[in-house]
Design a protein. Structure first.
Length: 466
């Protein structure tokens, strides 16, 4: 685990309890607010930001945080070629002129800078990793967050304990938080009802209605930026062919998926972007269900009579298996014989990220309140994420993505993001499936648990009643 290269959400949300950024997302998920920085000034040419750091902040070791730590952290994040380094591409240099002041020099004006600095990869760690090597440091990472490292038993449980030096007086309220790896929906529900667990992340949609009426359980459906996708590996045959990808996307009845999988708790996706993200374009129709059009696309393809292929799904998640089974029947009229391959979540994600798959069920949640993170991650093969691990590469879409970063007007950015959304939909590099809320079931003695539309949560605000 390394916060500059991590891609899976569970690890990201845990890192955010240990490490903090200069700015953080507002509770409604649509803006940023000061966090480890309290304010900034911007030069007239829009290329120099001078940040004032929050006084009195300490790491969980008790050591004060200074501008030297901030400079080191952002420099390390920028250098992460295989991770989130692309987020910092506009940063020319970072200076630490005094312990409480950080200056960020940009190569050019950059619209999403504050949002970028709120990304977990730009969280502040001790300069020079506190005297350890990078590898040693991430065996027990240190930050300024409400909790500090206790242990991680891989594939089993991870525990954090209270940081006594946390800068928010009186917080966190909890002495410790433990995440346990329980792949089975049914087992998680039983543990919640039995009181062995207080929070069940993403219970099966089939259980949402019953959990709403279960005594001593609170069923939360939080506003979300979650978008579920069916990704295509364009390094695998025949997915290089746009007609094949379009045919599959057109053969998917998204309304039926929402009903069968989400039990009505969501809506069909039309865009790469979810509706809660700035510059989302509702007029982008995407490729919606049209079997006649799907067959026409297939007829134009290199495999007009169909082919045999595999969909990789993570085991233990009944919804994923349901989607894969539905896709099996929906693709049969195209002559596509779809085989389902289940792997444990860690192995499946690794194979996905290494492009060792044909089709994969994936999802995205925003980490910053600006579309740049998703757009670059999803459509720029040079981002470090290989275009959402699909190898998709459309130069006009890539150019529009980078033009939007340096466009400071709302109307200018909207026009560019409209193009990105409509063209990426036409290229069908992924099939956009549906938008859904974040489902979290908690025991009714849990208070203060709020998930933002970006999927993250502030556990320093959570407390338990007896």
């Amino acid at each position: 685990m390394n916060n500059t290269t991590v891609f899976d959400n569970e690890s990201i949300w845990i890192f955010e309890q240990i490490m903090q950024t200069l700015y953080t997302v507002t509770p409604n998920g649509k803006g940023v607010m000061p966090w480890l920085a309290t304010s900034y000034t911007l030069s007239p040419d829009k290329k120099t930001y001078t940040f004032t750091l929050r006084p009195g902040v300490k790491f969980s070791t008790g050591k004060p945080m200074t501008s030297a730590d901030v400079k080191f952290s952002i420099d390390q994040a920028s250098a992460a070629a295989k991770g989130w380094g692309y987020i910092n591409t506009a940063i020319k240099s970072v200076a630490a002129p005094s312990p409480g002041t950080v200056v960020v020099h940009l190569k050019y004006p950059w619209a999403p800078l504050l949002a970028d600095l709120s990304l977990f990869s730009n969280a502040i760690v001790p300069a020079n990793y506190g005297g350890e090597t990078e590898t040693q440091f991430y065996q027990h990472p240190v930050g300024t967050g409400p909790f500090k490292w206790a242990y991680w038993h891989k594939g089993s449980a991870l525990k954090l304990v209270r940081n006594p030096y946390f800068w928010q007086k009186g917080k966190p309220y909890l002495d410790s938080v433990t995440w346990t790896d329980v792949p089975s929906d049914n087992t998680r529900e039983l543990q919640l009802k039995g009181g062995q667990a207080q929070v069940d992340e993403f219970p099966a949609w089939s259980t949402v209605a019953s959990l709403k009426s279960t005594p001593n359980v609170t069923m939360n459906l939080f506003n979300s930026t979650r978008t579920d996708y069916l990704t295509f590996n364009e390094t695998a045959k025949p997915y290089q062919a746009v007609h094949v990808r379009r045919a599959i996307s057109l053969a998917i009845n998204r309304a039926a998926l929402v009903k069968a999988v989400l039990f009505g708790n969501g809506k069909p996706a039309n865009s790469l972007f979810p509706p809660q993200v700035p510059y989302y374009q509702p007029a982008t129709k995407g490729l919606q269900y049209n079997l006649a059009a799907a067959k026409a696309e297939m007829a134009k393809s290199s495999v007009p009579h169909g082919f045999t292929t595999t969909i990789l799904v993570s085991s233990g998640f009944s919804d994923s298996k349901t989607i894969a089974t539905i896709l099996q029947s929906e693709l049969k009229p195209l002559g596509i014989n779809l085989k389902i391959q289940q792997q444990d979540p860690n192995t499946a994600n690794l194979n996905f990220q290494n492009l060792k798959y044909d089709m994969f069920l994936s999802y995205w949640t925003m980490d910053i309140p600006d579309p740049d993170e998703l757009a670059t991650f999803a459509v720029d093969p040079g981002s470090g994420a290989k275009s959402f691990f699909t190898a998709y590469n459309n130069p006009t879409v890539v150019k529009a993505t980078h033009d939007a970063e340096q466009t400071l007007t709302t109307s200018g950015r909207q026009a560019l993001y409209n193009h990105i959304q409509s063209q990426s939909a036409a290229d069908a590099f992924m099939a956009f499936l549906y938008y859904s809320p974040y489902a979290y079931a908690t025991t009714s003695n849990v208070h203060g648990f709020l998930v933002t539309p970006l999927g993250n949560y502030h556990l320093e605000n959570v407390w338990l009643s007896k």
